[in-house]
Design a protein. Structure first.
Length: 290
């Protein structure tokens, strides 16, 4: 593996690890009476605001991109992150968390199929094998109470997976030569606008937020939005979309471990085997020839 791909692999793995804490912040939000609409809307509003202020005072040139790239990034935020996030959180409301996560992480399969048939990025037999091994590990890791309150939740979960797969494929094609932080700003701005229109959270309620609620929004904006989005795009610029989509599946492993250590959630020996299988699949995939 060349040095550029090694750096890209590390960036994507770090992005997946950061995304793995999304469920932790989601649980803290529920415990502190923050609705899904409020959490999603304020997450992206704050993330875009922080990036804008950083650019304004330290890297003003990052704000200035060709109009086409700005429009593309905004659209990725609107039709990528806003749609994906909304569908995923809607699926969680009527499905068990394990099943919602399992459906979401079918997205590497959609990315691989899209890259194979539309982008002509043909995977080797070994890469298809490591993809299958990783997915098997995910099923073992997340297997549990697979509750389905409404069948529409399954459709929302699959819709989240497909919308995220499209985001990954499109980003990999059109954002090769853009500064990752610049892209993240316009993507989060687009997502913030779309989510504000869709969820319409009460702005006046912000004045009544507790320090815990503010801390949750700040944390999810920085550690589950700005950092992983920028790291993922930076890594995506150094490898194929299908490769990055498999590596980022470290997210549910980190989520399960974080739940175990932070909330004391139980993990059975079988789940530890599942997590180990995922990590093995990721390692073998990262060692496969590009």
């Amino acid at each position: 593996m060349n040095s550029v791909r090694k750096i890209g692999t590390l960036q994507v793995l770090l992005a997946g690890a950061c995304f793995g804490f999304l469920g932790i912040f989601g649980k803290w939000a529920a415990q502190n009476q923050l609705s899904t609409g409020e959490l999603l809307s304020y997450r992206f509003i704050l993330a875009s605001t922080l990036l804008f202020l950083y650019f304004l005072f330290f890297q003003r040139s990052f704000l200035f991109l060709p109009k086409r790239q700005i429009l593309q990034s905004l659209m990725l935020g609107v039709f990528g992150y806003a749609v994906f996030s909304t569908l995923y959180f809607q699926s969680i409301e009527v499905l068990s968390v394990a099943l919602a996560a399992m459906l979401l992480f079918t997205f590497p399969l959609f990315v691989s199929l899209g890259a194979h048939f539309f982008l002509k990025h043909h995977l080797s037999h070994r890469q298809w094998g490591t993809l299958a091994l990783t997915f098997l590990g995910l099923v073992i890791l997340l297997w549990g109470n697979l509750e389905v309150k409404r069948i529409s939740g399954v459709l929302w979960g699959l819709g989240a997976a497909m919308s995220y797969a499209i985001y990954v494929l499109v980003s990999g094609q059109i954002q090769k030569n853009i500064v990752p932080l610049s892209s993240s700003f316009y993507v989060t701005l687009g997502a913030a606008i779309a989510l504000m229109v869709f969820h319409q959270p009460s702005i006046s309620k912000l004045l009544d937020f507790t320090l815990a609620q503010i801390g949750i929004i700040v944390g999810i904006a920085i550690f589950c939005s700005i950092l992983p989005m920028s790291l993922f795009l930076a890594g995506l610029q150094k490898m194929k979309s299908s490769e990055a989509s498999v590596l980022v599946t470290i997210e549910p492993v980190v989520a399960a471990l974080a739940g175990y250590f932070i909330f004391g959630e139980s993990m059975t020996p079988l789940q530890f085997i599942g997590g180990s299988t995922v990590l093995t699949g990721l390692y073998l995939h990262s060692q496969s020839p590009s």
